[in-house]
Design a protein around this ligand. Structure first.
Ligand code: ADP
Length: 476
């Protein structure tokens, strides 16, 4: 499986770039909206300013035209003088929408004699003043005022036409500056966020680096916790997990080494025994039988160990193989004791059973039988002839208690914690003689834990031991 390292990450996948670009977008978009709004406000301001400059002039011109009753002879020179004075084109229109005077009279586009069929002209003829801004190659402002023609009682119009390109040129300049300013802000935000995001990304990179080295096998590494933020939580959680992993790895190594060691002892014995038979030419019948007997018991021992190992693996596989059913605990214990009675008889140990009340629990019977048997069997194994093993089944309103009490050799205080470890035996040489593998109590404890119970032990050497198994009772 390949691991993507932060160095190999495509730039557009990197958090740092994404963060910086998001901030740029977040700052540029409002700026652009602001630019747009401010530009149309500025445009309105300038155009209105120009209108309020032209409108009084249109009124003056309208007064003149009305005073001379649209008579070209009188208004022509006045139109031309005012046009050059005010730098606007002045057009006079009679009540039939026909142009009777145009300050651009000499130009090619002179309107004199033309009829202007335009909405603003119609509006003026019906008495309404208008202003109209034409946007195009040329930006032109039309201010049209209605002018009374007293000779016929109709309205004519005076139209002032001003070129406003100067306003739009200035606006274009302002717009360019605003966009350049926005671009600069965007760039600045990018650089700042990119630089600042280093503080956010650096701890993450450090975590990634450590994790990469860990996944390469260096489980002893820890992520340094340098902050109090989410990274600290991540680092601490990860460190805890690694500690557990390390523990599991250590237990696994210990377990493998224990298994190998445990199997090596009988194998060595078998090897020595078989070699000594092979190395002699004629081995007396009873010697070879004795050796074969020894070889056979070593093989038995290996079979015991492998059986126990298999049982342990099964228990460790947990819920997967749990087969829970309502169980009568008294009947279960009784059947165990019945099965172990011949062993107790052989060892001349008295096996007693006391049931105080009926107890129902939820249990995987096959597993629990093995767990309890191991402890009762230990009681028989480690109690000399003439002694007693007493098993009591009792319960309170929450828990069932199975007490296994023997008058055997006992377990020294300092060993009591360890006897539940795999392959642990108090007295290796003596216990080997009893055929024990050191796995029995490990199996019992794992099974009881799987049933949400616990095992407690009190023991005194030479006096005996008491094992108490607690299991939750069945709630109905
Ligand atoms: P084994 O198969 O060796 O009995 P166990 O895991 O069942 O392995 O027990 C571990 C060790 O604990 C035993 O080897 C023995 O030294 C000690 N032990 C267990 N039960 C008793 C007991 N009832 N009395 C004395 N010692 C015990």
């Amino acid at each position: 499986m390949s691991v993507i390292t932060s160095d190999r990450l495509p730039w557009h996948h990197s958090i740092r770039w994404r963060l910086a670009l998001s901030y740029v977008a977040l700052s540029i978009v409002p700026l652009l909206i602001f630019n747009f709004t401010i530009m149309s406000a500025i445009q309105d301001y300038f155009i209105n300013d120009r209108i309020s400059e032209i409108q009084p002039r249109a009124a003056i011109m309208s007064d003149i035209v009305a005073r001379f009753n649209f008579d070209s002879r009188h208004i022509q020179s006045r139109v031309r003088t005012r046009s050059s004075e005010w730098d606007v084109r002045i057009v006079v229109i009679d009540y039939r929408a026909r142009v009777i005077e145009d300050s651009n009279w000499a130009a090619l586009d002179s309107l004199i004699g033309r009829t202007l069929l335009r909405p603003d002209v119609f509006a003026a003829l019906s008495g309404t003043n208008t202003t109209y801004l034409h946007r195009g190659d040329e930006n032109v402002l039309y201010v049209t005022v209605s002018t009374r023609d007293e000779t016929n009682g109709h309205n004519g119009a005076v139209m002032l036409i001003a070129n406003v390109d100067d306003i739009f040129n200035s606006l274009a300049e302002i717009r360019t500056q605003l966009y350049l300013y926005s671009l600069a802000v965007g760039l600045l935000v990018f650089v700042l966020v990119f630089a600042m995001s280093h503080r956010i990304i650096a701890p993450l990179r450090q975590i990634v680096r450590v994790v990469q080295r860990m996944s390469a096998g260096q489980l002893n590494l820890r992520i340094p916790v340098t902050s109090r933020d989410e990274y600290a939580i991540l680092a601490r959680t990860f460190n805890n997990m690694t500690e557990k992993l390390e523990q599991v790895e250590k237990t696994r190594e210990e377990f493998v080494s224990n298994v190998s060691h445990e199997l090596k002892t009988p194998l060595t014995a078998i090897k020595v025994l078989s070699e000594s038979i092979l190395s002699q030419n004629s081995v007396p019948e009873e010697v070879s039988r004795e050796f074969m007997h020894d070889i056979n018991s070593e093989v038995d021992r290996m079979v015991n160990i492998t059986n126990d190992l298999l049982a342990l693996v099964k228990v460790d596989r947990r819920e997967l193989s749990m087969n829970i059913s309502p169980t009568d605990l008294n009947a279960l214990v009784e059947s165990i004791l019945k099965r172990l009675a011949p062993l107790a008889e052989k060892k001349k140990v008295v096996l007693l059973f006391e049931e105080i009340r009926p107890v129902q629990i939820d249990a995987d019977e096959v597993k629990l039988v093995l767990a309890i048997s191991n402890i009762v069997e230990n009681g028989i194994k480690y109690t000399p002839g003439g002694g007693t093993v007493k098993v009591v089944v009792n319960a309170d309103h929450q828990n069932a208690f199975i007490t296994i009490q023997d008058t055997g050799i006992g377990i020294p205080e300092e060993e009591q914690d360890k006897i539940f470890n795999r392959f642990y035996r108090v007295d290796k040489m003596r216990d080997r003689g009893t055929g024990g593998t050191g796995l029995g109590l490990a199996i019992s404890r794992s099974t009881v834990l799987l049933h949400n119970g616990s095992i407690r032990i009190t023991s005194k050497p030479e006096e005996g031991s008491v094992f108490v198994i607690r299991l939750p009772i069945r709630m109905t």
